[in-house]
Design a protein around this ligand. Structure first.
Ligand code: AMP
Length: 440
C-alpha cells in the first residue's frame, strides 16, 4: 500500500509569524508595555479558553461574533475530571475578545475591593471565525487596556491618548484619526432605539432576514452593517447625538475637550456603533483618515458602564479599548518604519577536531553566562564553512579552537571586520572579549 503524501498547512485564516518580522512585533510590544506601565496599568492574562456564556452575555447574541464567529472547543470523551466539573456541559470557546474575560476576572478575584480604579492591560491572541482577508485573520493579536471603577470622562480621553502614544512610538501616527461617538446610556438610549425602529420599520419588507431580526431585537445593530442596502438607508437614519440626555452630553463634551487638551485628532462620527452590546456613552475607533471603512480600523473601544454589573458585581463604571496588533505591524512594514534590529550574536566559536568540539561547548556556555551572545555549530567540521556561518550571522569576533588550542587551553581570536587574529588564553577570554565587544 502506498502511503498518501499530505502537505500540512496552517488552517484557513491562521498564519505563522516568522523571524523576518520579529523586530516589528517586538518594537510594538515594548511600546505597549512601556506606555502601560507609564500610565499605571498592571498586566492581566486571562486563559485562551473560557465558557461561552462569558461572551454571549456581554457581547450580545445579535452580534456576528456571538452568532457565527466563535470557535468551540471539543474535549476528549475520556476527560472525566473535566466532565465532572462541567456537568452542565457548558460549551467552551476560544476567546474572541478580551474585555468580557477581564471583567469575569474582576469579579472572580474580588477586584471591586481593590483600590479603584483598577487599571489592567493584556496582550495576546484572539480567535474569530471571520472570512479571512488582508488584515483580517482567524487568529489575531490584540493589546488591550481597561480602566475599571472610574466614571470620569477624562479617563476615556486618557485611554485614547495612550493608543495615540503607542502609534507615535511605532512610527505610524501620521495620517491616523480617532473616530468618536457617544451611544448614550440606559436612560437616553431607549428613546434613540425607538427612533431608529420607527425609521427602519417602513423599509422592513425589503430587509434581509438578519436585518429584520436586528430591527426587532437591537436596531442599533442596523447601523453596524456590511450590507449595501442598509448602508444606503443608514444615511438618513436618526443620529444618536440628538437623543443624548444632559449627563451623556456633558460627558461627551468633556471627553472631546480632554482630547483637545491632549493633542489627539478626532472626527465626530454619529454612525459609529461598535460591534458589541456592552458599550455605553463613548465609543471610538482609530483609522487612517483616508480610509473610512470601520473594518480596517487599527483598534477601538469605549465605555461600558453596565458590563461589570452584568457579571454579578455591583455596578461599576469602566472604559477600555483594544488595538489590533497584526494591522499595526502591517502598517509599520508598509511604511518601512525603522525599528531596532534584533541584536546580533557577538561571538562565534569555531571548533576543529574531536577534542575541540567538546571544549567549544564549555566555552560557549561560559561566554553565555557572562552575557555574550554566542553561537557554535558542532555539526560542522571545516574551518571555511564555520567562518562562512560566522560571517552570515554578522558576528564581529570568531574564537577558533583547534586540537592544539584545546590542549594548550588557548584560542585564536579573529576580528572578522579587521581580518586580524591573535592567540589568547582561555582563562583570559572573558576579560579580553569584554573589552573588545564593549568597544564595538
Ligand atoms: P474589536 O475587538 O472588534 O473591537 O477589535 C479591535 C481591533 O482588533 C480592530 O480594530 C482590529 O484592528 C483588530 N481585529 C479585530 N478582529 C480582527 C481580525 N479578525 N483580524 C485582525 N485584526 C482584528
Amino acid at each position: 500500500m502506498t502511503q498518501q503524501k499530505k502537505n500540512w498547512q496552517t488552517l484557513r485564516g491562521m498564519r505563522d509569524l516568522l523571524p523576518d518580522t520579529e523586530r516589528y512585533w517586538r518594537h510594538l510590544a515594548r511600546s505597549v508595555e512601556e506606555r502601560a506601565h507609564g500610565l499605571g496599568y498592571g498586566r492581566i492574562e486571562t486563559p485562551i479558553v473560557e465558557e461561552k456564556s462569558v461572551f454571549v452575555r456581554s457581547i450580545g447574541e445579535q452580534t456576528d461574533i456571538v452568532s457565527k464567529e466563535m470557535f468551540e472547543v471539543t474535549r476528549s470523551e475520556n476527560d472525566l475530571d473535566d466532565r465532572a466539573r462541567f456537568s452542565s456541559k457548558e460549551t467552551q470557546v476560544l476567546r474572541p475578545e478580551g474585555t468580557a474575560a477581564v471583567i469575569r476576572a474582576y469579579r472572580e478575584h474580588g477586584m471591586h475591593a481593590w483600590r479603584q480604579p483598577v487599571k489592567l492591560w493584556y496582550y495576546g491572541p484572539f480567535f474569530r471565525a471571520e472570512r479571512p482577508q488582508k488584515g483580517r485573520y482567524r487568529q489575531f493579536w490584540q493589546a488591550g487596556f481597561e480602566t475599571i471603577g472610574d466614571p470620569h470622562p477624562a479617563s476615556d480621553a486618557i485611554l485614547i491618548y495612550l493608543f495615540w502614544l503607542v502609534l507615535n512610538d511605532v512610527g505610524i501616527r501620521d495620517g491616523m484619526i480617532v473616530d468618536i461617538n457617544s451611544m448614550g446610556c440606559k436612560i437616553c438610549r431607549p428613546k434613540y432605539r425607538k427612533a431608529l425602529k420607527d425609521y427602519y420599520e417602513p423599509f422592513k419588507k425589503k430587509l434581509s432576514k438578519l436585518a429584520k431580526e436586528r430591527l426587532e431585537k437591537n436596531p442599533l445593530r442596523l447601523l453596524d452593517t456590511k450590507e449595501e442596502d442598509l448602508i444606503k438607508l443608514r444615511d438618513g437614519a436618526p443620529q444618536v447625538i440628538e437623543y443624548l440626555c444632559d449627563t451623556c452630553r456633558d460627558h461627551f463634551t468633556i471627553v472631546l475637550e480632554s482630547l483637545d487638551e491632549l493633542g489627539v485628532s478626532y472626527n465626530l462620527n454619529p454612525l459609529l456603533v461598535r460591534g458589541f452590546d456592552y458599550y455605553t456613552r463613548t465609543t471610538f475607533e482609530v483609522r487612517l483618515a483616508t480610509d473610512e471603512r470601520s473594518q480596517n480600523a487599527f483598534g477601538g473601544g469605549g465605555r461600558y458602564d453596565g458590563l461589570v454589573e452584568l457579571f454579578g458585581s455591583r455596578a461599576t463604571p469602566a472604559v477600555g479599548f483594544a488595538m489590533g496588533v497584526d494591522r499595526i505591524v502591517e502598517e509599520m512594514i508598509a511604511r518601512k518604519v525603522r525599528v531596532p534590529r534584533i541584536p546580533r550574536p557577538d561571538i562565534y566559536v569555531i571548533q576543529l577536531g574531536e577534542r575541540a568540539k567538546k571544549t567549544c561547548l564549555s566555552i560557549m556556555a561560559h561566554l553565555h553566562e557572562h552575557g555574550f551572545k554566542t553561537l557554535c555549530n558542532p555539526a560542522k567540521d571545516s574551518l571555511k564553512t564555520q567562518l562562512k556561518l560566522a560571517h552570515k550571522a554578522g558576528v564581529r569576533y570568531a574564537l577558533i579552537i583547534g586540537q592544539r588550542e584545546a590542549l594548550d587551553e588557548t584560542a585564536i581570536l579573529k576580528d572578522m571586520a579587521e581580518g586580524t587574529q591573535e592567540v589568547i588564553a582561555q582563562k583570559e577570554m572573558v576579560r579580553v572579549l569584554e573589552k573588545r565587544v564593549g568597544k564595538k
